[in-house]
Write a new protein. Structure first.
Length: 99
């Protein structure tokens, strides 16, 4: 398992993503739903971008998550490997994406 800091530019339909998070739709996705739900619910705003730490088992990173969710809502997605929890520490000073 690897951990990544993910940075992505929203495509504009963030209300729909928030609704999918709030309804539990993303959390129910197998096998990655709980981790993705946690990460997106705790994402931080970094200018025009959202950023979060993500746990993932895929090669390439986030392949399943991108196909099912991320590519629908985000563009210019980048990942950087970190140790578990280090990404969240780096993002602490940024405002939460969801109010």
């Amino acid at each position: 398992m690897a951990h990544y800091v993910v940075k992505a530019r929203p495509k504009g339909d963030m209300p729909s993503l928030k609704q999918s998070l709030d309804s539990g739709e993303i959390a129910r996705m197998k096998p990655f739903g709980k981790a993705l739900d946690f990460s997106l619910n705790n994402a931080r705003q970094d200018g025009d971008w959202l950023t979060w730490e993500e746990e993932d088992y895929c090669v390439p990173p986030l392949a399943q998550e991108r196909a099912a969710v991320l590519d629908r809502y985000f563009a210019d997605l980048s990942v950087r490997t970190v140790r578990q929890g280090e990404g969240w520490k780096q993002l602490q000073g940024l405002p939460r994406a969801w109010k």
